[in-house]
Ligand binder design. Structure first.
Ligand SMILES: *Cc1c(COP(=O)(O)O)cnc(C)c1O
Length: 490
């Protein structure tokens, strides 16, 4: 097929990475910047390939005078030495600042952190300390939250197919809200409440018909998908009335989540309008104004320099005015509003740190080539590029470089052509085995969606504050994996 491969297959031995005075390898000598595959139109050539765009990196990340990146005062070279690679690194103060910014911008409202984006007992406690509530959507997430010692009243439970054990655990522990997603769930809740002789606090998840401009798999408010009750079809009203009339359920309001990684604030505003109209219609039918409205999460973050997310303040201002206006128009008293950011809190606070293993240049024909940089992680620690065609950025982290930037593709170790971490990025032309590469905005949906594909132990999540490391989740080991293999024996 005329595809030729050149490159360095240099493999390290033992601790060679950490040896000082590593010789400058002549890596993939066939790479010439002018022959490299052209960048996609959205990707601009950086003026300075060592510069860090503040929209991409957590506030504690800087490049030290000698070129090494540091997080909250800790050099990534030291960090890699202590915890190994790949690793997820969370900037604790940055995460807390973001949580606080959402809480402050939406003062008077309730901010739930969407735990599915990343959850550990420590992060659950930070979130609670910053005054946020927590969303969970599985027995596992609920168990982590309870183990963290969170007030159950601050927990809301989601899911389109909640199991009896998770509902029972939530109900017996007195969690604050159950967001009901189907008629079967209403039936299940009624008999569980009968059995436990309690009343459940429920919201109805509705779909508003908003077509959010995001990937199909993370858009959740159009009609043809599994979540919620459609407003348009009348199912939402039907389920609201059923819950309202149930002696075992206390219907407190409705919930809408239009999708994830949404930049267009219009989507949230339309959803707010449609849900408020539904509340007004319900009030007309029953004479009762439901007290709560949850507008969900999905607020976009910057994964590349081209992404330009709205600030919590701008979002809050827009939503507040729409809600005030719509309540005036419908005569409703303003309900208590809540939102559920996940990614926007933990995403930018975390980065993934990898070690470069091989660099090769693949000839694509037409005189162009693409540079593949293979790192020691991949789709097992970040499935989003493969799953949603998500774009990421990357930077050389263990040193600065004066080499020309080259459009490069960062790939993992797995046995899949689609095992891509960063599809296109300008990286220094002299990247070589042993270098550390950092991928910003990796705090959300990376570890939480990680797999053991190719029997790969999942990387640890560590946080850094004042140059000190705290392990949030330790690195998985091959022994952990073998412990599940019933035939492994001794
Ligand atoms: C996933 C999800 C969120 C959080 O989405 P982000 O994109 O992380 O903000 C909030 N609410 C519900 C119901 C969700 O499913």
């Amino acid at each position: 097929m005329g595809v030729t491969i050149t490159g360095s297959g240099w493999l390290p031995e033992g601790n060679l990475w950490h040896s000082t005075g590593m010789t400058h390898m002549h890596v993939a000598g066939s790479i010439h910047a002018d022959a490299t595959y052209p960048a996609p139109v959205w990707l601009t050539r950086p003026d300075d390939v060592n510069a860090l765009s503040p929209t991409l990196w957590s506030s504690g990340v800087t490049r030290e005078a000698d070129g090494v990146l540091s997080v909250a005062g800790l050099r990534v070279t030291d960090l890699a030495e202590q915890v190994g690679t790949p690793a997820y690194v969370v900037d604790e103060l940055d995460l807390r600042e973001r949580a606080r910014a959402w809480r402050e911008a939406f003062r008077g409202w309730t901010v739930y952190y969407a735990g599915k984006s990343f959850l550990s007992t420590t992060v659950a406690r930070w979130i609670a300390e910053e005054g946020l509530h927590l969303d969970v959507c599985s027995l596992g997430e609920l168990t982590v939250a309870l183990r963290a010692g969170l007030d159950p009243g601050t927990i809301a439970m989601h899911g389109n197919n909640k199991s009896v054990p998770e509902l029972r655990l939530g109900l017996t522990r007195g969690i604050g809200r159950i967001v009901v997603d189907s008629d079967d769930e209403i039936t299940r809740l009624e008999w569980l409440c009968d059995e436990l002789d309690i009343t459940a606090q429920v919201m109805i998840r509705v779909t508003t018909g908003v077509e959010a401009h995001t990937h199909e798999y993370i858009a959740t408010a159009h009609e043809d998908q599994k979540f919620g009750f459609s407003i348009l079809s009348g199912q939402a009203m039907g389920s609201m009335l059923r819950c309202y009339r149930s002696p075992r359920l206390n219907l407190v309001g409705i919930h809408s989540h239009i999708g994830s990684q949404i930049f267009d604030t219009d989507g949230f505003e339309v959803a707010a309008k449609r849900t408020l109209r539904l509340l007004a219609q319900f009030a007309q039918e029953t004479g009762v104004e439901l007290p709560e409205l949850d507008l969900g999460g999905g607020f976009g973050i910057a994964y590349t320099k081209e992404d330009d997310p709205a600030s919590p303040d701008d979002l809050a201002t827009g939503l507040r005015s729409i809600i005030a206006q719509e309540c005036r128009a419908t005569g409703l008293t303003e309900p208590a509003i809540s939102i559920e950011p996940g990614r926007a809190i933990v995403g930018p606070a975390g980065m993934a740190l990898y070690r470069v293993g091989t660099v090769k240049s693949v000839q694509l024909g037409g005189g162009t080539s693409r540079r593949y940089i293979s790192v020691d992680g991949g789709m097992s620690d970040n499935i989003r590029p493969a799953l949603y065609a998500a774009e990421y950025s990357a930077a050389l982290a263990s040193r600065a470089s004066t080499a020309e930037p080259v459009v490069s593709r960062v790939v993992g170790v797995h046995c899949e052509g689609g095992d891509i971490l960063v599809r296109d990025e300008f990286l220094p032309g002299d990247i070589r085995p042993g270098d550390l590469l950092a991928v910003p905005a990796s705090g959300a949906y990376s570890r939480s969606m990680a797999s053991n594909y190719n029997h790969t132990p999942r990387p640890p999540v560590v946080s850094v504050r004042d140059a000190r490391i705290t392990t949030l989740i330790r690195r998985e080991t091959l022994e952990d994996l073998l412990a599940l293999d019933a035939g492994a024996g001794e």
